[in-house]
Design a binder for this molecule. Sequence first.
Ligand code: NDP
Length: 284
Amino acid sequence: MPSFLSALTGSFAQKADENPTVAMVEAAYVAAGLNVRYINCEVAPADLAGAVRGAVAMGWLGFNCSLPHKVAVLEHLDELAPSAAVIGAVNTVVNRDGHLIGENTDGRGFVEAMLTRADPTGSRVLLFGAGGAARAIAVETALAGAAHITVVNRDRGRGQELSDLIASRTPATSDFIAWDHTIAIPSTIDIVINATSIGFHPDVDAHLDLDVDTLRPGMVVADVITNPPTTNLIRAGQARGCITIDGLGMLVNQALVAIKLWTGKDVDGAVMRAVLEDLFGTPA
Ligand code: NDP
């Protein structure tokens, strides 16, 4: 069996042994006794085509793509999974004997993490953000059965575009609210999701412009931020009796889905979560 998996990353400088995803996935492989590796390669945008050809030539099972390659890689693939085609971005590529299939496991990872605590079927969702993470989450949450998704975003064009995408390409209905005022969560909302980068280290004190007193007991409050996992939003949800879901669950589950696609094996999510908690701190 080809023995290497890889992450094709963007231009941020980070040593492989300092990359949380590498640490998390490698720990899962070791625990599962799998004879595969996950390595981090920095690839400049101009070298993407060559890197993809190289991965195939070396018989890699596949690779992850991070920014800025998630969209640029599309033109180098042979096939797109249906949800990746709707999202318009790929974070996981699977090499089936030289036939490259693009998948997006970010949104599926989010939904898998949510399903451990709550079922989105028939729910009304309020989603902050309209970037890559928000697109993946919106499409997969809609495909998982959410009835309606309200997109709240600072940039009106991007927010409206995501709302239109949900309404036209998924079974859910959608509307858009421009984020130019403090948002009060309508009483009809069941699930609130932060898919913006607000709260990510080092801006850990940043708050969403949201009236946290409109969060209700029993409402689901989810955040994509991994570092730190206990954001101000998660803390506000906990204080008001909400069901809270932090960003570590999404990160672990997107990898579980990708590893299954690459190797056909289920690995241990608890092993991966323990690695992340070691790096980012145990959630409160
Ligand atoms: P993008 O750059 O594509 O999108 C960023 C989003 O955040 C946009 O909607 C942007 O709004 C919004 N935003 C940023 N700053 C502000 C602000 N000050 N006020 C209001 N809105 C703001 O990033 P991604 O979607 O790729 O990533 C978003 C976050 O998700 C990152 O922190 C990333 O680490 C995390 N993530 C977590 C994953 C996980 O597994 N847990 C997986 C993938 C991502 P606007 O459009 O107006 O600029």
